[in-house]
Design a protein around this ligand. Structure first.
Ligand code: VGL
Ligand code: ZN
Length: 198
């Protein structure tokens, strides 16, 4: 089986000091860099929103960050403005190795958020990552990065549903953890058939 490491959203805005900081987000960078040596294929994802994105609370008068609203494609948590295309916040953590094979950007559609590296949050619009992996004969994926309970979770669940053999290295992730979302994500990923390793 051919394997790939998928490094989810290790960007400044998800690290301490960033707009949507995940506690300890910077602590996983060294371990992820080291793990890259074990994989012949490394793919990085980058949350990449246009200014005024529909997932930003600032785009919805009267709403605050972390409010839950209903979008045409389903429920959506509203976030502080983050990972705006071309900003320092959208850049990878400065210590992260970026010498991977592919960088896949997501969340660029103004009307639809995209947690997963495979599909936008409408769960139908593909990012193209499935085709990239399958056309390269890659069947086994290891996922790391930020945030465990959102983008890692959605990516792992989609990958397992698409038939990939999925391992999440939980020790190389960190969670936002709102209202028990970390535990819920671990359950969702396991239910989908992903393996959780620590
Ligand atoms: C993420 C919330 C909003 C993530 C991205 O990378 O987990 N979370 N955008
Ligand atoms: Zn985002």
């Amino acid at each position: 089986m051919t394997s790939a490491l998928i490094v989810i959203d290790v960007q400044n805005d998800f690290c301490p000091g960033g707009a949507l900081a995940v506690s300890g987000g910077n602590d996983i960078v060294a371990g992820i860099n080291a793990l890259m040596d074990d994989f012949s294929t490394v793919i990085l994802t980058q949350d990449w929103h246009p200014a005024g994105h529909s997932s930003f609370a600032s785009s919805h008068p009267g709403q605050a960050p972390m409010d839950l609203i209903t979008m045409p494609y389903g429920p959506q948590v509203l976030w502080p403005d983050h990972c705006v295309q071309g900003t320092v916040g959208a850049a990878f953590h400065p210590d992260l190795r970026t010498d991977g094979d592919l960088i896949i950007r997501k969340g660029y559609n103004p009307a639809i958020d995209s947690y997963s590296a495979f599909f936008e949050n409408d769960q139908t619009t593909p990012t193209g990552l499935e085709g990239y992996l399958k056309s390269r004969g890659i069947t086994r994926l290891t996922l790391v990065g930020l945030a465990l309970d959102f983008c890692v979770n959605y990516s792992a669940v989609d990958a397992a549903r698409l038939g990939f053999d999925v391992t999440v290295r939980a020790d190389l992730t960190r969670a936002i953890d709102m209202n028990g979302s970390r535990d819920a994500a671990l359950t969702a990923m396991q239910d989908a058939g992903a393996r959780i390793a620590v």
